[in-house]
Design a protein around this ligand. Sequence first.
Ligand code: DX5
Ligand code: ZN
Length: 223
Amino acid sequence: MSVLIAPSMLSSDFARMADELRAIERAGADWIHLDVMDGHFVPNITFGPPIIKAMRPHTAKTFDVHLMIEPVDPFLQAFADAGADVISVHVEAGRHVHRSLQAIRGLGKQAGVVLNPGTPEDSIAYLLDQVDLVLLMTVNPGFGGQAFIPAVVEKVRRVKAMIGDRPIRIEIDGGVTAENAGVLVAAGADVLVAGTAVFKGGTEDAYRSNIAALRAAAEAQRA
Ligand code: DX5
Ligand code: ZN
């Protein structure tokens, strides 16, 4: 599987979201990462289904929806209807993650499970047949622009081994830069989320060179 770059719209200009989406697509984004925060599961609030629905006509790229909300189950249908393609839920956000993952697939969407930096990989051992993606947080969720936590690289290796030959992508989120992209990909990552590292510079040309730098660093280390 080739490495995918998924810019996080959290670092975009929210007042110009449609323009930002078109710019990031032209600049080479593979997936669009959408961070949904509820001020309860995480100490920040962003946006929900109506905003995602409004964004949907402006790009055909995969909408990779990262739900940092608790509870999740009552809202899955709304995110599916809004145009999500991948819906990821935190293993820490509910007692019945297996059921949430089944519900996502039941809605015809790809299911992802997310682990906070402090959550051990064992917690997903019995979920691997229910998921299309494992998202490993390399910061504590809630904010863009935080420092990468290097201890998670070992967890990437372990999850890669657990996955074996299942068709499951490993996605990394938090503090990803061209400096750490290589070590992450060498460990087994194949989707890199990046907010700050993609949107720095604030112009389409800057986004293009930022994405190219991430991709070059990733591809150089691909196993
Ligand atoms: C954090 C979010 C991330 C965030 C990453 O809770 O899940 O997707 O946007 O931003 P950077 O790349 O700036 O760490
Ligand atoms: Zn995210």
